[in-house]
Design a protein around this ligand. Structure first.
Ligand SMILES: Cc1ncc(COP(=O)(O)O)c(C=O)c1O
Length: 462
């Protein structure tokens, strides 16, 4: 691509992104009639042998790609947890793409490492956690490196492998995200040594008394309890595990504690939520939250903090000759804090977001999402056909009709309208609809529109 085309297309693309962010997508939020293979059937099977012009690629983006896109950043997307972006984050990401540097070592791009270190310090101040850390790609990786750190502490590597004499055991709540299970598979802990501790049936938070009983049982069987992964803001219902109580158990039994706050961690930038969300976190060993979920920073960006990076670095440090630089030892090489060798310049987009919003601006947005969740919950609570599961303290509202088939049909009807997008979970043995607020361009009036859509479709089903 020549310089002129690059500039021309670049301007067009930025203009298009701006419109997209301003107004949402004019079509349905999720592709309505998409079937597996639809796009594949339209794409050439072989790559072009000669250069095509960018104008044609952009035209195909609009014609072929967009109809198959789910619009996660539409203000009416309420599914899963958000994966929100922003104008500021997009510009930061674009600069990062333009630079295309690899921040694996300090010397491979000194500004990359130092901006990352400073951004982690800023985030730490914003949530009240003065620990060092680095940016991981996702909370999946954050959980995995916590498991590896805990494993390294409990059973350091030797010539026989990691396990020493006793199998290691990991504990988490039955409502923890499956990233814990996958982390245990990958780290070789094995599913049989992951205990999914039952939760309280009102709050869906881990039962610390059952946790302690399981730890004692495992010790009696000659196993080595090594890690508890507590969740602040579970995926299904934003339940908050008793982090402080678990921290005491972890101290007593010599275990690592990781806190997975992938979505809810952002809530701790609000002074009014911090005490609740961060209660006991300072006593844990590691903590992770995703600015790419609720802090308007383009995917991917997950902030991983650890009280002491010793075991993390012991588990992951590598220094082959081909990576030697004059500054090893004098400066942090962040490859030793993460799994991948190559590291993107993710700190740039975070820097743009924090500076362009300011902490107060970020708080304002989060408070709007909380108000939206409250408003929807109030509507639901007044409708005798619906059951609200726990009043929301964060941004997610969970409800059902009491009849699994009807709840599913309700959600599908809302989604089929193309005017909102919801997803589901299973709670209290009911198929449950989750509505998660968190869009960068969220509008309070969308709550009323969503409620109307829910009521309309409910009336049709009754
Ligand atoms: C509590 C929790 N942990 C972990 C994850 C996984 O996050 P990621 O996609 O960043 O790996 C999620 C995703 O929603 C989550 O809610």
């Amino acid at each position: 691509m020549d310089r002129e085309s690059f500039r021309k297309l670049g301007h067009q693309i930025i203009d298009w992104i701006d419109e997209y962010m301003a107004g949402g997508y004019p079509g349905p939020i999720a592709p309505m009639d998409a079937k597996p293979g639809d796009l594949l059937a339209k794409l050439p099977e072989a790559p072009p042998q000669t250069a095509e012009c960018g104008e044609d690629v952009l035209a195909d983006f609009h014609e072929l790609i967009l109809p198959g896109v789910t619009h996660w950043n539409d203000p009416r997307f309420f599914g899963y947890f958000p994966c929100n972006n922003s104008r500021a984050g997009t510009l930061g990401d674009l600069l990062g793409s333009g630079l295309g540097v690899n921040c694996m070592s300090w010397a491979t791009s000194p500004a990359g490492t130092e901006l990352e270190i400073r951004m982690m310090e800023w985030l730490g101040q914003m949530i009240g956690l003065p620990w060092p850390g680095c940016i991981q790609d996702t909370a999946s990786t954050g959980t995995l490196v916590a498991i590896l750190s805990a494993r390294e502490k409990a059973a350091p590597v030797n010539q026989h492998g990691y396990y020493g004499q006793k199998p290691l055991v990991v504990y988490t709540s039955e409502h923890a995200n499956t990233v814990v299970l996958r982390g245990c598979w990958i780290a070789g802990i094995g599913e049989n040594y992951l205990r999914q501790i039952p939760s309280d049936n009102q709050t869906f938070a881990m039962r610390a008394d059952i946790l302690e009983a399981r730890i004692k049982e495992d010790l009696a069987m000659g196993l080595r309890p090594c890690l508890v992964v507590t969740t602040v803001g579970t995926t299904s219902s934003t339940a908050v595990d008793p982090v402080a109580e678990v921290a005491e158990l972890c101290k007593e039994y010599g275990m690592w504690q990781h806190v997975d706050a992938a979505m809810a961690g952002t809530g701790a930038i609000l002074p009014e939520l911090r005490e609740w969300l961060m209660d006991g976190v300072a006593e844990a060993d590691s903590f992770c939250f995703n600015p790419h979920k609720w802090l308007f920073t383009n995917f991917d960006c997950s902030a991983y903090f650890c009280k002491d990076p010793y075991y993390l670095k012991k588990a992951l440090s590598i220094q082959p000759v081909f990576l030697d630089t004059a500054y090893d030892g004098a400066a942090e090489n962040l490859r030793n804090w993460s799994i991948q060798l190559g590291r993107r310049f993710r700190a740039l987009k975070l820097w743009w977001v924090i500076r362009c919003y300011g902490v107060e601006g970020l708080r304002e947005k989060i408070r709007l999402h909380l108000r939206m969740a409250q408003a929807l919950a109030e509507h639901i609570a007044t409708d005798p056909r619906l059951h609200l599961l726990t009043p929301p303290r964060l941004n997610t509202v969970c409800f059902h009709t009491g009849d699994d088939e009807k709840t599913r049909a309700l959600m599908e009807a809302v989604n089929a309208s193309g005017k909102a997008f919801l997803t589901q979970t299973r709670l209290d043995d009911h198929y449950t609809i989750r509505v998660s607020f968190g869009q960068t361009h969220a509008r309070f009036e969308d709550v009323a529109a969503l409620w109307e859509l829910i009521r309309e479709n409910l009336a049709r089903l009754t």
